[in-house]
Ligand binder design. Structure first.
Ligand code: HEC
Ligand code: HEC
Ligand code: HEC
Length: 196
């Protein structure tokens, strides 16, 4: 069968319009893949999708409601993807592939499908997020926050200067800003994770 196919392809290529047709076919298939891929990326990157498509995420969503990143003086919001998903190419793809683990948890192992199971796993999940943020040099926070341009309090100025010289991550001090504080172990500053 393969042989038949390759014979047929070869005979097409022999005709004047053959290579053109193959090229056009290749481009059409390629465009199809790109369009499907970007649609999936877009649809899975909305607050609606992240916070509501499985009930496991609704606990964190309810905690986030009303925090400064949801409602503030300016009406500029940071939602789930702004803090949890990179905006740029390669890191975005890796993050999305990694999120496939959540599908397994939801459909197969049911590892956090009750509030009790969720709370039992929260600390472990928080450490995963903290590790990610430390190792990405607080990339997602910094995409919005430029501390050199902020009118901060004296206290904040002093701490932020120290944060810079000691290469600390934002969440070393500002953790549990969008969700309840995880219990069960040391906070991000005491964890033995190297900041980038
Ligand atoms: C999509 C943009 C965006 C992202 C991403 C973001 N923030 Fe914010 N952040 C804001 C806005 C807007 C405010 C409210 C500013 C105001 O009203 O003064 C804010 C406020 C804050 C405040 C001030 C809290 C207060 O009570 O005054 C802290 C601290 C903070 N963010 C830390 C972080 C950290 C840490 C991260 C990363 C985990 C982060 N932010 C990610 C936009 C963002
Ligand atoms: C060493 C601890 C520390 C680190 C690390 C740190 N901050 Fe802060 N930050 C503070 C303190 C302390 C305040 C003042 C809070 C208060 O007065 O309640 C503050 C305040 C803020 C505020 C509110 C402005 C104000 O004047 O209160 C924002 C926004 C903020 N930080 C963002 C960030 C971001 C973004 C990062 C990472 C790039 C970061 N911080 C890293 C300690 C830190
Ligand atoms: C301002 C940044 C920010 C926003 C917005 C945000 N998160 Fe988080 N999220 C964090 C941080 C930081 C952690 C690590 C634990 C902590 O410090 O609270 C975390 C942890 C989590 C965890 C692990 C469990 C836990 O509680 O530690 C889940 C699940 C989660 N977030 C889901 C969401 C969902 C869903 C949304 C949108 C409704 C959202 N997050 C919005 C910063 C954010």
């Amino acid at each position: 069968m393969l042989k038949k196919l390759s014979d047929r392809l070869r005979s097409w290529c022999g005709r004047p319009w053959g290579p053109l047709l193959l090229l056009a076919g290749g481009i059409a298939v390629g465009l199809g893949i790109v369009a499907t891929g970007s649609t999936i990326l877009l649809l899975t990157s909305t607050e609606e999708f992240c916070a509501s498509s499985c009930h496991e995420m609704t606990y964190n969503r309810d905690e986030y409601k009303g925090t400064i990143h949801d409602v503030n003086r300016s009406g500029v919001r940071a939602t789930c993807v702004d803090c949890h998903v990179p905006r740029t190419g390669i890191p975005l793809y890796f993050r999305k592939i990694n999120a496939a683990r959540d599908l397994w948890g939801h459909f197969v192992s049911h590892s956090i499908d009750t509030k009790e199971k969720f709370e039992a796993k929260r600390y472990e999940m928080a450490v995963r997020v903290w590790t990610y943020m430390k190792q990405s040099d607080s990339r997602e926070c910094k995409a919005c926050h430029n501390l050199d341009k902020a009118e901060t309090s004296e206290k904040a100025k002093v701490r932020h200067a120290r944060a810079k010289t000691e290469k600390m991550a934002c969440i070393d001090c500002h953790y549990a800003i969008a969700h309840n504080e995880p219990e069960g172990g040391p906070g991000p500053q005491e964890l033995d994770i190297k900041n980038k």
